[in-house]
Design a protein around this ligand. Structure first.
Ligand code: PMP
Length: 316
């Protein structure tokens, strides 16, 4: 349970009290993890009195792709998904950093091959940036491999895929690291559990390409564009070897939950001088500024939560 329990959740068509958002123990999502989800963030802009959801359209696109790959029966449409996200934020009157989870899953009493009935839930919790955003963290390569695309569709945000991430996190913690780095079945760097990875070497930014069994991360796409288009930096998307990480001048993770989190060591070897890198700080500042609207550019990446309902804003 989140540290401060929100009052409301969205569940199957409308807002309900938090504790009433439940599925049955016999549902396929409980028995087999038959569900997909999106993690999104809301960024509060105090000057404007506005909460912005970051790249909502892209998250809904990815969820739609997931529904197709999972072969679920037709479920909630895009308009309802968008309504669920905005209404759960409005119902809870969020005026601060929010982490939103939009889940589509199989209810009923079906077996492993079930395709319906399809349910949908949306929750939002208060989640401020971690202290690793400023300080960076120590990452370690773990022995668990990221499953390959021929085993499970790893570019779908399927609940079942997250068991792999769970093992990676546990191993990293056991070994005293702040975060895990997973290699793929070919032994190349894939990503972290819940985040993509970037390194900087001689002024060039390098990140594993999307055919390395990674999730097609929306933050990764944002970071690549900010680097290339806004900061004029060369970004290479290609295979990355483990030992190449040891040669990095800078490195960072990125993802909705992890935002842009610097990596200061890998396998206890310092990244560069062991401090947060200069380019990492620049892309981080650009990312946060665009996400909360304090930088006006890329307005299409921000969906205002209250702008569309001025009455709500007046009651805040
Ligand atoms: N990889 C995995 C396995 C993830 O779960 C996430 C979080 N969605 C990411 C990468 C980062 O993706 P995004 O930037 O779209 O949040």
């Amino acid at each position: 349970m989140p540290s401060t329990q929100p009052e409301f959740a969205w569940f199957n068509g409308g807002i309900v009290p938090w504790n009433e958002a439940r599925v049955h123990v016999f549902s396929p999502v409980v028995k087999y993890g038959t569900g997909i989800f999106e993690g999104l963030r809301g960024y509060w802009n105090a000057a404007e009195g506005e909460l912005y959801v970051f790249r909502l359209a892209e998250h809904l696109d990815r969820l739609a792709f997931g529904l197709k790959v999972m072969r679920f029966d037709p479920g909630p449409d895009r308009a309802e998904m968008e309504r669920a996200v905005l209404e759960v934020l409005r119902a809870n009157r969020f005026r601060g950093p929010a982490h939103i989870r939009l889940s589509v899953f199989l209810e009923g009493d079906g077996e492993m091959s079930a395709t319906g009935p399809v349910g949908m839930a949306c929750t939002a919790i208060h989640r401020p940036p971690t202290k690793a955003i400023a300080e960076g963290l120590a990452a370690g390569v773990v022995s668990w491999r990221r499953p390959e695309d021929s085993s499970q569709p790893m570019r779908v945000k399927a609940n079942a895929n997250y068991q792999n991430g769970r093992f990676a996190v546990q191993e990293a913690r056991t070994n005293g690291y702040g975060a895990a780095i997973l290699l793929n079945s070919r032994g190349k760097v894939a990503e972290g559990p819940g985040m993509c990875l970037f390194m900087v070497r001689d002024g060039v930014v390098i990140t594993p390409s999307i055919t390395n069994d990674i999730l097609e991360s929306i933050t990764r796409d944002a970071v690549i564009r900010l680097l290339r288009e806004d900061l004029g930096v060369t970004v290479e998307e290609r295979d990355v070897d483990r030992t190449e990480l040891y040669a990095a001048d800078e490195a960072f993770f990125c993802g909705t939950a992890w935002e842009v989190t610097p990596i200061t060591s890998v396998d206890r070897l310092a990244v560069g001088d062991g401090r947060v890198g200069a380019l990492t700080s620049r892309v981080q500042a650009r990312y946060f500024g665009i996400a909360d609207g304090s930088i006006a550019a890329r307005a299409a990446w921000r969906t205002p939560v209250y702008g569309a309902s001025p009455d709500m804003r007046a009651t805040q």
